[in-house]
Design a protein around this ligand. Sequence first.
Ligand SMILES: Cc1cc2nc3c(=O)[nH]c(=O)nc-3n(C[C@H](O)[C@H](O)[C@H](O)COP(=O)(O)OP(=O)(O)OC[C@H]3O[C@@H](n4cnc5c(N)ncnc54)[C@H](O)[C@@H]3O)c2cc1C
Length: 441
Amino acid sequence: MALSTEEVESRTTGTSAPAKSDSPIYNWPATPKVKLGISGAEPPMTDVEAEFQQTLRKFALEVMRPIGRKLDRMTPEQIIADDSPYWEFRKKYLELGIELSALFEMPPLERSRLFCIIFEELGYGDGGLAISVGAGILPQYLSALFGNKFLMERFPEDMLGCWAITEPDHGSDTLDPTGTAAHAEGRVSRSNCIVSFKGDKLVINGQKSAWVSNGTIADVCILYAAADTGNGPDYENGCVVVLPLDLPGVSRGKPLDKIGQRGDPQGEIFFNNVEVPMEHLLAGPEDFQRAVYCIHAEANVLMGATWTGAARAAYDLALDYAHERKQGGVPIIKHQRVAQRLFHMFRKVEAGCALTRRAAHYNQSADVPALQAAMTAKVTCTQWAHEVTSEAIQIFGGNGLTAEYPVEKMFRDARSSMIEDGCNELLAIKGGYYLMDEDKL
Ligand SMILES: Cc1cc2nc3c(=O)[nH]c(=O)nc-3n(C[C@H](O)[C@H](O)[C@H](O)COP(=O)(O)OP(=O)(O)OC[C@H]3O[C@@H](n4cnc5c(N)ncnc54)[C@H](O)[C@@H]3O)c2cc1C
């Protein structure tokens, strides 16, 4: 707003205090300090988003966090037993009534925001249980993305799913069927699981690795495996099959004992002459590369959101603790080095959140999702979740190392995230390839 002649004169002569414009800045406190909401510097949300987030936050804190901590102290066998708290979690999760079909009907921006909010909040509650939910929806989610009505009807959303892709002899390289990130001397070794095309049937033989999330308990599986259409098994031109796991010939391995994400029950799945009708084929050899690209792009965004939420949970706990714990006569947050540490944790959580939402929005709106955007979210957010949870332990001091406090578990959970869904090293090499512009070579 322009100043009047009198106001200009009074400023230059200094005879009286300048008049103030009606800028809202004059209504600020003299030394502003903004208290942010439950998800940081979040732009205004719609009523639906805010309600959704609050419901999920309550679920995260009241159901997931305590159940996740209980499961963390149990043996892998106890975790999947009939009386395990895992099933209470599963029941209460289903009661939330989150429907993928409803998400698919939303415009891309709304859909991508809600998708991120769901997994940020589940990750806030418990990283391992969030991954169990994420892997649990993949058969139905991919069937919907491929528009396969038969599979969508055959496997309703309340059936617990799993994604079986890695094998004892194939880890990160299963996400790289073209060998983009392979070493020059690399050879694709024999597949451990083969789908043979026999007339109108598919016959599955072999096994998937002990790392399959929900592998020990899932009802339905989205299987990525080598295809044998008559010329021998081939993973580069493999296939994707969605099948129930109660068929004759399917058996499960021992539940996996591991460092973190213990609430996600993992284990091998074995296939011994398992037969399914051809209708269960989601992607044949001609579409296999597309199917790997598609699930990789979706799953890496899901990982970005989940581990952003897990990092925020560790940051929030550390922030509260830094206000409560007195050391040297003051709450430790008054020590500059503690405040500085918290600031770096905060900026990583905020940046991870923004990055994942950006990747989700781009990928949900574009004709073809950008895999490099999804991998950027996954690699960055898992690395930062690892760093933030480690810093949280430092702020808790000795207490942070004990099972009495929740942050050591969060650190163990986050450590695993840098390996799952493709180790970060391979993703970065592959990511570099996606930056290459053939037109400029
Ligand atoms: C918590 C968790 C959940 C998982 N969930 C599932 C699931 O639901 N379904 C499923 O099928 N699998 C799942 N996995 C398996 C996961 O995808 C693999 O563990 C991952 O791809 C790495 O494979 P690997 O463990 O065999 O390691 P390897 O592939 O043997 O690699 C070992 C290490 O070698 C290095 N390395 C390997 N290849 C390269 C390369 N090309 N360039 C540079 N360095 C390299 C990396 O440091 C890597 O960590 C899960 C794993 C974890 C930890």
